[in-house]
Design a protein around this ligand. Structure first.
Ligand code: FHN
Length: 454
């Protein structure tokens, strides 16, 4: 394993104009934004694409008769590959159909504003040209194209904010869990298992790899850590890591998995002083709004990594409603794609992206830059709010053509969002306002009624 550490640190500034980053690599006078300024683009963006892609994408979660349970990105562990056996997959990973521009276009057309790609997942294989490792796309795969570079450049070109996911857990590295070979995942299964060499991995490998990603690929919107749960990783390391990242790119955003405060899949921090800028609920949406920054990440079927045997796809309608639900509670939605080993998005994912794109194109005004609803959740759907305007997102369109608003809403006028000229008749009573709406729903998934308030 090479142990070269890149010394140059490029300071960068994020200048954010309507979600598009103006890249201005500067070696001095980087403007350090306030926390609110730094978080502003992310809070407005609401919708991002997660990409889980790596050598596991050619395995598809299958080995002989076995099919890995859960996420196929865990193939190495779940299908009991030894490190030596698994190393053959990076050697075969040659995704010639990978087209970064096309991926970014698909995200953009879906209405997504940022992309978070797995630079390295738990298997340890790096998708960029790492100087501290041979276990990367340039040295251990025939592909020899820096995937992170191509994606970062495509994002920059198309005005999508580039972000990366990075695993603290490493099943391959000899000073991390890899040292527990053949039980390279023992620390996941038994929290008392630690690797005494882990601090060396942290200092000489994990940090330098993240430094490479922060210095070689332009401005990074979010550093999205994962694998915070292993006992080897400490809260001191987490805080040090957070500061390290902000020293390199002062305006980048870091998720809460950089530290050890996360409450399981619920994703928010427990009481205490933990590093990280936002909570990370996984595969779930909080029941109510939360008064701090959070982002729910979710799969379209049941797997993060490509898994052709998993047909449990969420419907487009469900995904659109999830986006609305999340925004109505003040969160962001990070929706996953697991491209295959050739570099293709699954057809089922593309269809859903297209459906979401059609919806966000028509209804984006009620999503981007919107905040949580100050009103109780109505039976028929959700509310979002922006600039004094309330948006009623109707999941269950009233058959009698009467949309009943919460009693505490003081309505001035109402119209269909997709038909601004439609002035809907409203009626007020002691119980509140009722709006007369067309008998059939304007949108099969979620129809939005724009409410101007008094
Ligand atoms: O183990 C991973 C999993 O493979 C996937 O990357 C998700 C995404 O949030 N995070 C972990 C589990 O919490």
């Amino acid at each position: 394993m090479k142990m070269k550490i890149k010394k140059t640190i490029t300071l960068a500034t994020l200048l954010l104009l309507n979600f598009s980053v103006v890249f201005s690599q500067q070696t001095s006078d980087v403007k350090k934004l306030s926390d609110d300024e730094r978080m502003a683009w992310w809070r407005d963006a609401k919708f991002g694409m997660f990409i889980h892609w790596g050598a596991y994408s050619i395995i598809g979660g299958e080995r002989g008769e076995q099919i890995a349970g859960g996420g196929a990105e865990w193939a190495m562990d779940k299908l009991d590959y030894t490190i030596e056996e698994y190393e053959k997959f990076p050697n075969m990973f040659n995704p010639e159909l990978f087209d970064a521009d096309a991926w970014v276009t698909m995200a953009k057309n879906a209405g997504m504003k940022y992309i978070v790609i797995t630079s390295k997942h738990h298997d340890g294989f790096a998708l960029w040209d790492s100087k501290v490792s041979d276990y990367d796309i340039m040295d251990s795969s025939p592909f020899k194209r820096d995937i992170i570079k191509e994606l970062a450049e495509a994002c920059k070109k198309q005005g999508i904010i580039f972000c990366f996911y990075h695993s603290i857990v490493d099943w391959h590295h000899p000073q991390a869990q890899g040292n527990l070979f053949p039980n390279y995942n023992a620390g996941q299964k038994d929290q008392t298992v630690v690797n005494p060499e882990f601090p060396k991995y942290f200092k000489n490998y994990l940090k330098p790899q993240v430094e490479e990603l922060l210095t070689g690929y332009g401005d990074v919107g979010v550093v999205w850590f994962d694998g915070d749960w292993i006992a080897d990783y400490t809260t001191e390391m987490g805080k040090e890591f957070y500061d390290f990242i902000r020293d390199i790119q002062p305006n980048t955003i870091v998720n809460n998995r950089v530290d050890k405060g996360r409450m399981g899949m619920e994703g928010m921090d427990m009481e205490g002083n933990f590093a990280g800028d936002f909570g990370t609920p996984e595969q779930e949406i909080p029941a109510t709004g939360i008064d701090s920054d959070w982002e729910a990440c979710m799969t379209m079927n049941g797997s993060w990594g490509y898994k052709p045997s998993d047909h449990k796809w969420k419907s487009s309608e469900d995904l659109i409603q999830k986006l609305v639900d999340i925004v109505s509670k003040g969160g962001n939605f990070l929706l996953n794609i697991g491209p295959d080993g050739f570099g293709r998005f699954p057809a089922e994912s593309i269809r859903r992206l297209n459906d979401m794109g059609a919806w966000t194109k028509a209804n984006g005004e009620a999503i981007y830059g919107a905040t949580a609803s100050p009103y109780d959740r109505p039976e028929w759907g959700r509310y979002t709010k922006k600039d004094g305007v309330l948006y009623a997102h109707v999941f269950d369109w009233p058959e009698d053509g009467k949309l009943v608003l919460n009693g505490d809403i003081k309505l001035k006028e109402a119209s269909l969002l997709t038909d601004p000229k439609s002035k809907l008749t409203t009626e007020s009573s002691d119980q509140g306002f009722t709006i007369s709406v067309p008998k059939s729903a304007p949108d099969a998934s979620v129809s939005v009624v724009k409410l101007t308030l008094n």
